[in-house]
Design a protein around this ligand. Sequence first.
Ligand code: IPE
Ligand code: IPE
Ligand code: MG
Length: 254
Amino acid sequence: MWSFFKNNHKEKIDINANIDLERIPKHIAIIMDGNGRWAKERRLPRTMGHRQGVIAIKRIVKECSQLGVKYLTLYAFSTENWKRSQEEVSALMNLLVEFLISEINELHKNGVVVNSIGNISGLPEKCQEQLKASFERTKNNKGLVLNLALNYGGRDEIVNAVKKLVTKVDAGELTEEDINEDVLSRLMYTGGMPDPDLIIRPSGEQRLSNFLLWQCAYSEFWYSNIKWPDFSVEDLHNAIYDFQNRDRRFGAVK
Ligand code: IPE
Ligand code: IPE
Ligand code: MG
């Protein structure tokens, strides 16, 4: 099974016996932030922070899969991140390709479905190719759905959904009366997936940065000062523990 780390699942769960394994959030979304500051603190180039961030991705994917999380959405590159230096952007794109090449066997073996949200056609050709190969290879798996948010923007997603909606109306497939929240939800990149229960943002920032604007209407938020490369399995457990002790009312009175 998972061979990223030697510790086996049982050991770790026993250490953190506080989590209720019967009530694991179905969909966790993470804004993986703080790679640059992690590197700066160590007088390293920003790209070293991103590289270390990939190691954090591996341990968190593995743990989510073992805990039985059904969907894990990772914000890896926003529609605004193109504003960064060409050097940084291309390092991020190369890391994506490297990650997919080196991890695909392990992911596949463990039943992970690799998926993405965002405008993939805007990514460099080599990223698109590697992504498509990963989607194809893992599409029939039954385990964790690993949703990589790439060239993703919440506003872009909503605009894109509205365009699809207009096309359907123009084609006579839908009328104004048919349009409701469910119809629009299905046209989002996350169509068919449940909304995130828990949104985690490390690094100390307390903002959404254009992440899952439509989907997070009733998500629980969890912030921490830990920089993403340092984000540990224990931090994940703490976030889940806090989540399990929140009172989600969805506007109703209990
Ligand atoms: C998150 O870390 C990674 C991406 C946005 C791709 P940052 O690169 O934003 O790190 P900070 O916020 O500068 O520390
Ligand atoms: C959000 O982080 C995007 C990703 C983690 C991919 P940013 O670092 O880009 O967000 P801002 O600029 O601090 O809002
Ligand atoms: Mg940042």
